[in-house]
Every structure is written in C-alpha cells, then in structure tokens.
Design a protein around this ligand. Structure first.
Ligand SMILES: C[S@@+](CC[C@H](N)C(=O)[O-])C[C@H]1O[C@@H](n2cnc3c(N)ncnc32)[C@H](O)[C@@H]1O
Length: 292
C-alpha cells in the first residue's frame, strides 16, 4: 500500500488541469562542482536517491548477463553504475558522460569502492560514434534523458541505442516523465527538504520541469525501440517512465541476498520510497523480482 502523503498528492494531480510544460535543464551537462558533489551525496547508500538506485539496479540486473558488455548512458558520478558493477563482477561496463567534472567524480568513486570492471568515456549520448553497430549486449540509463535539450536529441539518442544494441540485447532506460502540474513537481522536488541541501532540491525541481512528456517517450520508443522491449510508466501519474527488454536471466540467489541486505540496511523512509516506486511501476505493468 503506497504511503498516504504520496496518494493524496497523486489524487490531486489526477484531478487537476495541466499547467506545466517542459523547460529544458539550465545545466544540460552537469559541470558545476557543487552540483556534482550534492548529486553524488544524494546517490550514496545513505542518500535520498538510494531507494531509486536500488529499484533500478534490480531491474538492470535482470537484463544483463555474465560476459556482457553494457553501456551506461550519462553515468554521472557512477553511483548507480558502481552499485550494478559491484553486483556483476563478470560484466564489462562502459560509462559515458559529457561532463569532465562528473567523470572525475566517477573515477574517484569507483576507485574508492575497488570496482575495476568499468571503463569511463567522455562522449555524447546522442552520438555514440565510439561504438560500432550491434556491438553491445545491453544499454542502461538512469535519470539522464531529461538533460537532452529537445525532442530531436532524445530521438537521436534512441536511434543510437537502436544502432549499437545487439538484436535481443538488454535494455533499461528510465527517467522522470513530465507531471501535469507545478504543484506536483514542487511536492516531489521538496519532499526531502531537511535531508538534502537546497542545491539538490533545485536540481530535482529543474529535472522534473525538464522531463519529457510521456507522449514524447511513446513516439520515440515506437519509432526506435519497440523491438527491444516495452514501455511502462508509473500508474495513475507518470512520475517515471521506463523502456525495458524482457528479462535475460533469473537473478541468482547470492545476488538476491545482496539486494535484500541493501534494502534491509535502508532506513524506513527509504524502504517506503522503494516500496512506493515498485508498487506504482507494478500497477503500470513493470514487474520486479521480489527482493524483500
Ligand atoms: C542527473 S545525472 C544522472 C547520472 C547517473 N545516471 C545516475 O543515475 O546517477 C545526468 C548526467 O547526464 C550527463 N549528460 C547530460 N547530457 C549528456 C549528453 N548529451 N551526453 C552525455 N552525458 C550527458 C550529465 O553530465 C550528468 O552527469
């Protein structure tokens, strides 16, 4: 059962008239050192984004297999990537980002965690010229695509994914989708007030304002990605949207145990966030393996 404050906000959103339209991110590529640090801290195991990262890690682990080469588009500080790389030591990962500041943070982060199966590359996710056609086994990306300036760039990125991914390859692309009202955008952006610095709330606000409409996702997915997997959004309100290929394996028991330990190590408010996301995605058609 989703938490009451979230439910209240969602019913208000459903009943309201649309008053919010996309405003591209002021910082498309995240080069500002303070912004990079606050984003990295929010994504650490004790940060407010940990439940999101855990949820997406579970999804991504289902679409990758030992021996794969997996590309992470817009890897940022490699919080998400580091978690998945640690869970999958037999998979080779390539993290691509346009921000040197982020790549520097990612390098330090991976080194601190002793992770050696990730190669970082400076590059633009709308032009993956460093990768050949049908050269990668899986593509992942988490909360990045709203950083693209416009619909044409989003579709170019989808077309690049279509080009580089092997037939039958793994896919997990996830991002925010555009909410109907500014009130809902404010609610989600400031829900962690007190737990995070103001700069993170502003960053989150800008992200939700820059999110693409679900309809844009549907058109891009149907043009480029529908042969690789299905598109799902969270039930009632498309707070998040994901394109996911069919699962390519059942998660092995030791991995389920590690994911379960991560979940149990989170404070209860983070477990609630994880459960809410899993519930709303499940009712939107995206199933998750049970780790709890
Ligand atoms: C919000 S962060 C997400 C980072 C990471 N995926 C995560 O989940 O923690 C978005 C990242 O996308 C990067 N980015 C934005 N536009 C990009 C582009 N065209 N090509 C590559 N990276 C880009 C930014 O520099 C930033 O590091």
């Amino acid at each position: 059962m989703p938490s009451l404050p979230v439910l209240r906000q969602l019913f208000r959103e459903v009943a309201s008239r649309k008053d919010s339209w996309r405003i591209p991110e002021p910082n498309l590529v995240m080069e500002d050192a303070d912004q990079v640090t606050s984003f990295h801290e929010a994504g650490r195991e004790d940060g407010v984004m940990a439940p999101l990262y855990l949820f997406h890690a579970v999804q991504i682990c289902e679409v990758i297999k030992p021996g794969d080469t997996v590309v992470d588009l817009g890897c940022g500080p490699a919080n998400q990537l580091g978690l998945i790389a640690a869970l999958n030591p037999d998979v080779k990962f390539i993290g691509i980002d346009l921000s040197d500041e982020m790549l520097g943070m990612a390098e330090r982060n991976l080194k601190d965690k002793g992770i050696t199966n990730v190669t970082l590359m400076h590059g633009d996710i709308t032009d993956l010229n460093m990768l050949g056609a049908a050269s990668v086994d899986a593509v992942m990306t988490t909360v990045v695509l709203h950083h693209l300036p416009d619909e044409a760039s989003l579709f170019r990125c989808f077309s690049e994914v279509q080009r580089v991914l092997k037939p039958g390859g793994g896919l997990y692309l996830v991002d925010f989708a555009h909410l109907k009202t500014e009130a809902a955008i404010h609610y989600f952006a400031y829900q962690y007030e007190g737990r995070q610095p103001e700069i993170f709330a502003v960053d989150y606000l800008n992200s939700l304002r820059a999110a693409f409409e679900l309809d844009t996702w549907e058109r891009g997915w149907s043009k480029h990605l529908k042969d690789f997997g299905d598109l799902h959004s969270t039930f009632m309100v498309p707070y998040m949207v994901s394109a996911k290929s069919p699962s390519r394996r059942a998660l092995p028991d030791p991995m389920l145990k590690q994911l379960n330990e991560f979940y149990l190590g989170m404070p209860s408010y983070q477990q609630t966030d994880f459960n809410d996301l899993a519930t709303f995605f499940r009712f939107g058609g995206l199933k998750s393996p049970n780790i709890v």
